[in-house]
Design a protein around this ligand. Structure first.
Ligand code: DGL
Length: 259
Protein backbone atom coordinates (compact mmCIF):
# COMPACT_ATOMS: atom_id res chain seq x y z
CA UNK A 1 0.00 0.00 0.00
CA UNK A 2 1.37 3.44 -0.91
CA UNK A 3 2.09 5.90 1.86
CA UNK A 4 0.64 9.37 1.30
CA UNK A 5 2.60 12.33 2.64
CA UNK A 6 0.45 15.35 3.47
CA UNK A 7 1.64 18.73 4.66
CA UNK A 8 0.04 21.96 5.75
CA UNK A 9 1.05 25.12 7.57
CA UNK A 10 -0.50 23.68 10.75
CA UNK A 11 -3.63 21.95 11.89
CA UNK A 12 -5.97 23.09 9.08
CA UNK A 13 -4.71 20.51 6.59
CA UNK A 14 -6.30 17.87 8.77
CA UNK A 15 -9.59 18.72 7.01
CA UNK A 16 -7.91 17.48 3.82
CA UNK A 17 -6.49 14.49 5.68
CA UNK A 18 -10.01 13.76 6.95
CA UNK A 19 -11.48 13.87 3.45
CA UNK A 20 -8.71 11.51 2.24
CA UNK A 21 -9.43 9.03 5.05
CA UNK A 22 -13.17 9.25 4.34
CA UNK A 23 -12.50 8.45 0.66
CA UNK A 24 -9.68 5.97 1.29
CA UNK A 25 -9.98 4.45 4.78
CA UNK A 26 -7.13 2.00 4.15
CA UNK A 27 -4.58 4.74 3.34
CA UNK A 28 -1.25 4.90 5.16
CA UNK A 29 -0.52 8.56 5.81
CA UNK A 30 2.25 10.74 7.19
CA UNK A 31 1.06 14.27 8.03
CA UNK A 32 3.33 17.21 8.74
CA UNK A 33 1.91 20.40 10.28
CA UNK A 34 4.39 23.28 10.16
CA UNK A 35 3.00 24.65 13.42
CA UNK A 36 6.16 26.65 14.14
CA UNK A 37 5.66 28.79 11.03
CA UNK A 38 1.86 29.01 10.67
CA UNK A 39 0.21 31.06 9.18
CA UNK A 40 1.36 30.88 5.56
CA UNK A 41 -1.60 32.87 4.24
CA UNK A 42 -0.13 36.31 4.91
CA UNK A 43 3.46 35.51 3.84
CA UNK A 44 5.19 36.06 0.50
CA UNK A 45 5.18 33.40 -2.21
CA UNK A 46 8.99 33.07 -1.86
CA UNK A 47 8.80 32.41 1.88
CA UNK A 48 5.93 29.92 1.54
CA UNK A 49 7.84 28.09 -1.22
CA UNK A 50 10.92 27.72 1.02
CA UNK A 51 8.76 26.40 3.87
CA UNK A 52 6.96 24.01 1.52
CA UNK A 53 10.26 22.61 0.21
CA UNK A 54 11.55 22.01 3.74
CA UNK A 55 8.35 20.22 4.75
CA UNK A 56 8.43 18.07 1.63
CA UNK A 57 12.08 17.09 2.25
CA UNK A 58 11.26 15.87 5.75
CA UNK A 59 8.38 13.76 4.43
CA UNK A 60 10.47 12.42 1.53
CA UNK A 61 13.27 11.37 3.90
CA UNK A 62 10.75 9.40 5.96
CA UNK A 63 9.52 7.59 2.87
CA UNK A 64 6.37 8.58 0.98
CA UNK A 65 5.05 7.48 -2.41
CA UNK A 66 2.79 10.43 -3.08
CA UNK A 67 2.65 14.00 -1.76
CA UNK A 68 -0.55 15.93 -1.11
CA UNK A 69 -0.13 19.64 -0.50
CA UNK A 70 -3.12 20.24 1.77
CA UNK A 71 -2.39 23.92 2.31
CA UNK A 72 -4.16 26.03 -0.30
CA UNK A 73 -1.61 28.83 0.00
CA UNK A 74 1.31 26.45 -0.57
CA UNK A 75 -0.61 24.71 -3.39
CA UNK A 76 -1.15 28.10 -5.01
CA UNK A 77 2.49 29.18 -5.02
CA UNK A 78 4.86 26.23 -4.48
CA UNK A 79 3.76 23.34 -6.72
CA UNK A 80 6.29 23.93 -9.54
CA UNK A 81 9.20 24.03 -7.07
CA UNK A 82 7.95 20.92 -5.26
CA UNK A 83 7.49 19.00 -8.51
CA UNK A 84 10.99 20.00 -9.65
CA UNK A 85 12.56 18.70 -6.49
CA UNK A 86 10.60 15.59 -5.55
CA UNK A 87 10.74 12.24 -7.28
CA UNK A 88 7.20 11.26 -6.17
CA UNK A 89 3.94 12.63 -7.69
CA UNK A 90 2.78 15.89 -6.09
CA UNK A 91 -0.87 16.94 -5.99
CA UNK A 92 -2.17 20.28 -4.69
CA UNK A 93 -5.72 21.29 -3.80
CA UNK A 94 -6.12 24.09 -6.34
CA UNK A 95 -6.55 22.12 -9.60
CA UNK A 96 -9.02 19.53 -8.18
CA UNK A 97 -11.06 22.28 -6.51
CA UNK A 98 -11.15 24.32 -9.71
CA UNK A 99 -12.26 21.32 -11.78
CA UNK A 100 -15.11 20.48 -9.40
CA UNK A 101 -16.23 24.13 -9.39
CA UNK A 102 -16.33 24.28 -13.16
CA UNK A 103 -18.40 21.10 -13.32
CA UNK A 104 -20.80 22.44 -10.67
CA UNK A 105 -21.34 25.91 -12.15
CA UNK A 106 -24.18 26.47 -14.60
CA UNK A 107 -23.56 30.17 -15.19
CA UNK A 108 -19.74 30.16 -15.26
CA UNK A 109 -19.70 32.86 -12.57
CA UNK A 110 -17.57 31.36 -9.82
CA UNK A 111 -16.39 32.76 -6.49
CA UNK A 112 -13.24 31.76 -4.64
CA UNK A 113 -12.44 32.53 -1.01
CA UNK A 114 -9.07 31.89 0.60
CA UNK A 115 -6.13 33.48 2.34
CA UNK A 116 -4.58 36.69 1.07
CA UNK A 117 -1.69 34.69 -0.39
CA UNK A 118 -3.99 32.29 -2.26
CA UNK A 119 -6.18 35.07 -3.64
CA UNK A 120 -3.32 37.29 -4.75
CA UNK A 121 -1.44 34.40 -6.38
CA UNK A 122 -4.28 34.15 -8.91
CA UNK A 123 -3.83 30.36 -8.95
CA UNK A 124 -7.51 29.42 -8.52
CA UNK A 125 -8.59 32.10 -10.97
CA UNK A 126 -6.17 30.75 -13.60
CA UNK A 127 -7.06 27.10 -12.95
CA UNK A 128 -10.79 27.82 -13.28
CA UNK A 129 -10.28 29.72 -16.53
CA UNK A 130 -8.10 26.90 -17.87
CA UNK A 131 -10.85 24.42 -17.07
CA UNK A 132 -13.58 26.62 -18.57
CA UNK A 133 -12.80 29.27 -21.09
CA UNK A 134 -14.76 32.46 -20.45
CA UNK A 135 -15.49 31.67 -16.79
CA UNK A 136 -15.86 34.79 -14.67
CA UNK A 137 -14.06 34.43 -11.36
CA UNK A 138 -14.30 36.70 -8.32
CA UNK A 139 -11.89 36.04 -5.49
CA UNK A 140 -11.93 37.39 -1.93
CA UNK A 141 -9.65 36.89 1.05
CA UNK A 142 -11.33 36.03 4.38
CA UNK A 143 -8.40 36.08 6.82
CA UNK A 144 -10.46 36.00 10.04
CA UNK A 145 -12.02 32.65 9.12
CA UNK A 146 -8.76 30.88 10.09
CA UNK A 147 -8.62 32.01 13.75
CA UNK A 148 -12.39 31.54 14.07
CA UNK A 149 -12.11 27.89 13.00
CA UNK A 150 -9.10 27.30 15.26
CA UNK A 151 -10.99 28.75 18.25
CA UNK A 152 -13.86 26.42 17.47
CA UNK A 153 -16.15 29.38 16.75
CA UNK A 154 -18.02 27.81 13.87
CA UNK A 155 -21.64 27.70 15.07
CA UNK A 156 -23.80 29.45 12.44
CA UNK A 157 -26.06 30.74 15.26
CA UNK A 158 -23.17 32.49 17.01
CA UNK A 159 -23.43 36.25 16.54
CA UNK A 160 -19.68 36.77 16.09
CA UNK A 161 -19.51 34.03 13.46
CA UNK A 162 -22.54 35.44 11.66
CA UNK A 163 -21.12 38.96 11.74
CA UNK A 164 -17.71 37.97 10.36
CA UNK A 165 -19.16 35.69 7.70
CA UNK A 166 -21.64 38.37 6.62
CA UNK A 167 -18.94 41.04 6.42
CA UNK A 168 -16.77 38.93 4.10
CA UNK A 169 -19.44 37.21 2.04
CA UNK A 170 -22.10 39.86 1.43
CA UNK A 171 -19.97 41.31 -1.42
CA UNK A 172 -19.46 37.81 -2.85
CA UNK A 173 -23.21 37.18 -2.77
CA UNK A 174 -23.83 40.53 -4.44
CA UNK A 175 -21.57 39.50 -7.31
CA UNK A 176 -24.06 36.82 -8.30
CA UNK A 177 -21.83 33.74 -8.28
CA UNK A 178 -23.61 30.37 -8.47
CA UNK A 179 -20.62 28.39 -7.12
CA UNK A 180 -18.13 29.22 -4.38
CA UNK A 181 -14.82 27.43 -3.80
CA UNK A 182 -13.79 27.09 -0.16
CA UNK A 183 -10.12 27.62 -1.02
CA UNK A 184 -8.61 27.30 2.45
CA UNK A 185 -8.08 24.36 4.78
CA UNK A 186 -10.11 25.89 7.60
CA UNK A 187 -13.22 26.89 5.70
CA UNK A 188 -14.96 23.48 5.63
CA UNK A 189 -15.43 23.91 9.39
CA UNK A 190 -17.45 27.06 8.69
CA UNK A 191 -19.45 25.49 5.89
CA UNK A 192 -22.86 25.79 7.60
CA UNK A 193 -22.30 29.45 8.43
CA UNK A 194 -21.06 30.15 4.91
CA UNK A 195 -24.02 28.28 3.33
CA UNK A 196 -26.43 30.38 5.34
CA UNK A 197 -24.90 33.61 4.03
CA UNK A 198 -24.96 32.55 0.36
CA UNK A 199 -28.17 30.49 0.00
CA UNK A 200 -28.52 28.64 -3.29
CA UNK A 201 -24.80 28.87 -4.06
CA UNK A 202 -23.01 25.52 -4.53
CA UNK A 203 -20.10 25.26 -2.08
CA UNK A 204 -17.06 23.40 -3.38
CA UNK A 205 -14.86 21.89 -0.72
CA UNK A 206 -11.35 21.62 -2.16
CA UNK A 207 -10.55 18.96 0.48
CA UNK A 208 -13.24 16.64 -0.92
CA UNK A 209 -12.14 17.44 -4.45
CA UNK A 210 -8.52 16.39 -3.86
CA UNK A 211 -9.58 13.31 -1.86
CA UNK A 212 -11.56 12.04 -4.85
CA UNK A 213 -8.49 12.47 -7.08
CA UNK A 214 -6.21 10.70 -4.62
CA UNK A 215 -8.63 7.79 -4.48
CA UNK A 216 -8.87 7.66 -8.27
CA UNK A 217 -5.07 7.52 -8.53
CA UNK A 218 -4.22 5.16 -5.69
CA UNK A 219 -7.30 2.96 -5.34
CA UNK A 220 -8.64 1.45 -2.15
CA UNK A 221 -7.31 -1.76 -0.54
CA UNK A 222 -10.18 -2.86 1.74
CA UNK A 223 -8.05 -5.58 3.39
CA UNK A 224 -5.45 -3.11 4.68
CA UNK A 225 -5.72 -1.35 8.05
CA UNK A 226 -4.39 2.15 7.37
CA UNK A 227 -1.91 3.80 9.70
CA UNK A 228 -1.78 7.57 10.31
CA UNK A 229 1.28 9.31 11.75
CA UNK A 230 1.69 12.97 12.60
CA UNK A 231 4.71 15.31 12.67
CA UNK A 232 4.74 18.90 13.91
CA UNK A 233 7.42 21.58 13.95
CA UNK A 234 6.31 23.23 17.23
CA UNK A 235 5.37 21.54 20.49
CA UNK A 236 2.87 18.70 19.90
CA UNK A 237 0.55 19.65 22.81
CA UNK A 238 -1.09 22.59 21.08
CA UNK A 239 -1.61 20.59 17.90
CA UNK A 240 -3.07 17.67 19.82
CA UNK A 241 -5.53 19.96 21.62
CA UNK A 242 -7.38 20.73 18.38
CA UNK A 243 -6.29 18.00 15.95
CA UNK A 244 -9.10 15.55 16.69
CA UNK A 245 -11.75 18.19 15.97
CA UNK A 246 -10.20 18.96 12.56
CA UNK A 247 -9.57 15.30 11.66
CA UNK A 248 -12.90 14.01 12.98
CA UNK A 249 -10.99 11.11 14.58
CA UNK A 250 -8.85 10.79 17.67
CA UNK A 251 -5.27 12.02 17.28
CA UNK A 252 -3.32 10.94 20.32
CA UNK A 253 0.34 11.36 19.37
CA UNK A 254 2.45 13.68 17.25
CA UNK A 255 6.22 13.76 16.93
CA UNK A 256 8.18 16.99 17.01
CA UNK A 257 10.53 17.44 14.03
CA UNK A 258 12.93 20.19 13.11
CA UNK A 259 12.73 21.28 9.49
N1 DGL B 1 -3.52 26.25 5.49
C1 DGL B 1 -3.72 27.60 4.99
C2 DGL B 1 -4.43 27.52 3.63
O1 DGL B 1 -5.14 26.59 3.32
C3 DGL B 1 -4.52 28.44 5.97
C4 DGL B 1 -3.78 28.78 7.24
C5 DGL B 1 -2.55 29.61 6.99
O2 DGL B 1 -2.66 30.80 6.64
O3 DGL B 1 -1.46 29.08 7.15
O4 DGL B 1 -4.27 28.41 2.84
Amino acid sequence: MSRIGIFDSGVGGLTVHRAILDALPSADTLYLGDTARVPYGNKSAETVTQYALRNARVLARRGIDFLVVACNTASAVALPALRDELSVPVLGVVEPGARVAVRASRTGRIGVIGTQGTVSSGAYQAAIRRAREGAEVVAHACPLFVPLAEEGWTDPEDEVVRGVVHRYLAPVRDEGVDTLVLGCTHYPLLKSAIAREVPGVVLVDSAEAIAAEVRARLGEDPGHAGRAEFLVTDLPEKFLAVASRFLGRAVTAAEHVDV
